[in-house]
Structure formats: structure tokens, C-alpha cells
Design a protein around this ligand. Sequence first.
Ligand code: E4P
Length: 227
Amino acid sequence: MKFLIDDANIQKIREIYDLYPVDGVTTNPSILAKSGRNPYEVLKEIREFIGPDAELHAQVISLTADKMVEEGRKMAEILGKNTYIKIPTIPEGLKAMKILSGEGYNITATAIYTPLQAYLAAKAGADYAAPYVNRIDNLGANGIASTKCIQNIFENNGLKTQILAASFKNSQQVQELCEYGVGAATIGVDVIEGLIKNAAVDSAVNAFIKDFEGLCGEGKTMLNCDK
Ligand code: E4P
């Protein structure tokens, strides 16, 4: 499962990239709006930081296929070849996916709340389909089960589209889909930090340090305990 950051805050992206094994960054219009800055300014800054080979996902705004296609072409031109054009999975979006995938662009079908949206996006040539796990849960349905259903649909129909699971609110959601082997997950910074935060782990690590320092002296490590 690829591991992406669902955020546009460059400082947070830098911090997470420094520590975690990250494959790329996803954004959506609401995430970009939080920056209060021009979207291209923010996206170019992210691209410059993550480099040309990492995935950067950014969304079109228009509601007609023709305009979505124009937006997508412009975004890919400005943001580079590993840009994934996020297109909402509505009928006009399917048309735009068919056109842009036919031209060789990378497509992420987004705003997926049902498995049949994902099926149609895959048929339309999307590289990724992004089910919104937690938002599906909030509708009273089951985001994990829907995402697993999408994976089964792709496999059983020989569709090459990968899942880019999105909208996570807790570690359990991430773990279940990781175990199931979906293609990718994009996760907000708070949830990423929660994936590995554990008081028991901190306590174990601190106890090891205390014991070692009891043996070798305060501040000593394997680097200088022989001096
Ligand atoms: C994917 O990129 C989605 O836009 C995003 O994960 C939605 O997350 P939210 O439900 O936390 O807004």
C-alpha cells in the first residue's frame, strides 16, 4: 500500500517527509483553501519539495467535461508528469476521464462514495479510484467494507485501476485496508502521527535508555560508551 499525505501545508509535509516513508501528496480544493494562498503557488511549492518523481494529486473544479479536460491539461503542464488529475466521479467527470486517460494523463477518480462509481471510473480509464472511507461511515454505510468491495470488483473484472483510499479518521481504518492490500492510502497529518503514537512504546524506549545510562553513564550511547 502506497502511503501519501493528504495535506497542503508545506511545513507539515516537510516534517512528515523527514520522518516517514512517504510516496506523495494529495490535495483537494478544501485542503488548498486552508492555505489562503493561490492554489498554483502552493502546489508548485509542494512539487518542488517532493521532487519530480513523487505523486502529486490535485483536483479540477469545473463541472463540465470540456472544462475539466482543460483544467487537467493545464495542471499537468504546470505541475509535472507525476501529477494525478483528480476528477469527481460524476457523469461529466467520467467523460473527462475517458478523454484525459486517452491522452495519457494520470487520473484519480475522486469523491467516491459507492463501489459502482469506482467501477465506472475504472472503466473510464482512471489510474486511481478514491473512496472516502470516513465520509462513507458518516452516511451510515461502511467505508471499509465499501473499499474492500471496490478492490474485489477491480480484481474480479481484470481492471488495472488502483484504490487510493482517502478520508481516514483513525488508525484502525488504515490498518484494515493495509491488511487487505489496497493500492494506496492518503492520510491527514494528525492521523499519520496517530498511526505510531503509543505510550507503551515510549515507555519501553525510555526504560532502555535509563538502563543503558545506568550502565555507562548519563548521555552515553553506542557511539561513545567506549570512551
Ligand atoms: C482525498 O483526497 C479526499 O479529498 C480527502 O481525503 C477527504 O478527506 P476528509 O473527509 O477528511 O475531508
